[in-house]
Design a binder for this molecule. Structure first.
Ligand code: ATP
Ligand code: MG
Length: 324
């Protein structure tokens, strides 16, 4: 396959007063060209930390930051900060941060803000940059009349399209979106998802879409990765994940999604996710897992070797060993 990004054993640990918080703990996945990978996971599972690790947008209290991230044939983890900023950030990978639409500068016209990556990272003239910005506004469905407006003059949906434009304006290969629609109403969410689908189709962009909203993400997803306590527990083709989730946690998550015309109440997942500071030695989901057996609390399961669907669960390891 045409692999664009290959992430191996990515790790981001924070130093905290209570100890080391293992927010991203050995994450591996790959992203193909023109693919949308949806990263699901409940609050605190490490989704935003994963995005920040990929973009090297790190807080100061880092205990450990390691792993390999191949972008094409370059390991971007090996780049110095300056080279990373020049070669990777914005130019090849862009991030729409969680709640970015509320972080727009209130006193700068939105057109100018979207032009900033081109002006700062590429040194483009104002005219040249504004021309590209206008083009990008059209792509994300914002009227070019809005170029001169200030953020407060725009609706939430329009502001979200503006931050999307800011990520797309440099035409990066990979766009990471951290909860891009969670603050918006259902209809606005749907129209933003449609914009993303169209851009993926027309521009061939690859997306990593981080969300805890299973329903909205299902339309864009080619593959799904589910995070739990700093690790990916399943990564599968989207259709497989949504119809036949493999990991017990994936199954419980899918059962908890409310559906229209559903007779019985949606299930919920009892218990709490483990503390990232002192996670269990065995499977991190074992305490909440209805299918656990003795091994689960003792030894950490590795990913099953299947290419199409990889599951971090002893049940699936056994299947492979038995050859079923
Ligand atoms: P949400 O769905 O709520 O956005 P998330 O999956 O994005 O959650 P993260 O923001 O990546 O989760 O946080 C993962 C864990 O790391 C949480 O326990 C969080 O409290 C912790 N954490 C995040 N940033 C820091 C930091 N700078 N220092 C210490 N701990 C942090
Ligand atoms: Mg987050």
């Amino acid at each position: 396959a045409d692999t664009l990004l290959q992430v191996s054993d990515l790790t981001l640990h924070y130093r905290t007063r209570r100890g080391t918080a293992r927010a991203v703990d050995g994450v591996s996945f790959d992203l193909r060209r023109n693919e949308a990978l949806v990263v699901l996971g409940e609050s605190g599972s490490g989704k935003s930390s994963l995005a920040k690790a990929l973009m090297r947008l790190l807080p100061r209290n880092i205990e450990r930051f390691s792993g390999q991230v191949m972008l094409g044939d370059m390991d971007i983890m090996q780049l110095g900060d300056e080279a990373f900023r020049k070669q990777v950030q914005w130019n090849r990978m862009a991030l729409v941060m969680q709640a970015a639409m509320n972080a727009l500068n209130p006193v700068v016209r939105v057109g100018e803000q979207v032009a900033e990556p081109l002006r700062v990272h590429r040194g483009w003239s104002k005219d040249r940059a504004m021309e590209r910005v206008a083009e990008t506004f059209r792509k994300v469905g914002v009227s070019t009349d809005f170029l001169q407006r200030y953020p407060f003059e725009l609706s939430g949906g329009m502001r979200q399209r503006v931050v999307l434009a800011m990520a797309l304006v440099t035409e990066p290969d990979v766009v990471i979106l951290d909860e891009p629609t969670s603050a918006l109403d259902v209809l606005t969410q749907a129209s933003i998802m449609n914009v993303l689908k169209r851009i993926k189709r027309e521009e061939g962009t690859s997306f990593i879409l981080i969300t805890h909203d299973v329903a909205t993400s299902s339309e864009l997803a080619d593959r799904v990765a589910l995070m739990y306590a700093g690790q990916i527990v399943e990564i599968s083709d989207a259709r497989d994940f949504f119809h036949y989730p493999a990991h017990p946690y994936s199954q419980m998550l899918m059962d908890s999604v409310p559906r229209l015309h559903q007779a019985e109440a949606p299930g919920y997942i009892p218990g709490e996710p483990p503390d990232l500071i002192d996670p269990p030695t065995g499977c991190r989901f074992a305490d909440r897992c209805p299918s656990r057996f003795s091994k689960c609390s003792q030894d950490p399961p590795a990913f099953s070797p299947d290419e199409r669907r990889r599951v971090r669960c002893w049940l699936h390891e056994d299947e492979v060993a038995r050859g079923s």
